[in-house]
Design a protein around this ligand. Structure first.
Ligand SMILES: [Zn+2]
Length: 137
């Protein structure tokens, strides 16, 4: 698998995810912040919405904000949570990996692996993925 090192733009994305999480943090309801950067250069953020039964992750909220504002191409995405005195970049869950496959399979996804943060294309995080009729693959 092609894991790449982060660059300054990735750090900006992480900072945006941290910022939205700090603004909205709640130890039960909102524990994850996400940020996406689109082909226009705009950054959109979101937080998870914890609820009984189903609470959407922060990533679909950020992706939804981008698409709501007319964006159609996500270049990169990250999600963070608070950990000890700092933050931890999270790996996307299976549902979010499928969402990214459907909408932006070429987007770079920041994720944690063996204690370090890397990035790779969304398509690399879901080998043998189900491909829906409307996917952007
Ligand atoms: Zn998720």
């Amino acid at each position: 698998m092609n894991f790449q090192q982060l660059d300054n733009n990735d750090q900006k994305l992480i900072e945006a995810a941290k910022e939205v999480l700090l603004k909205n943090y709640d130890p039960v309801r909102h524990t994850v912040g996400a940020a996406v950067i689109c082909s226009t250069g705009n950054i959109y953020t979101g937080i998870n919405i914890e609820a009984c039964g189903y609470g959407p992750c922060a990533e679909p909220i950020a992706i939804g904000a981008a698409f709501t504002n007319g964006e159609r191409e996500i270049i990169a995405i990250t999600a963070v949570c608070k950990k000890d005195d700092g933050f931890l970049v999270l790996s996307p869950c299976g549902n979010c990996r499928q969402l990214l496959m459907d909408y932006s399979p070429n987007a770079m996804v920041l994720f944690s692996y063996e204690g370090k943060v890397f990035k790779t294309q969304a398509r690399n995080l879901l080998p043998g993925a189900y491909i829906s009729d409307f996917a952007s693959v």
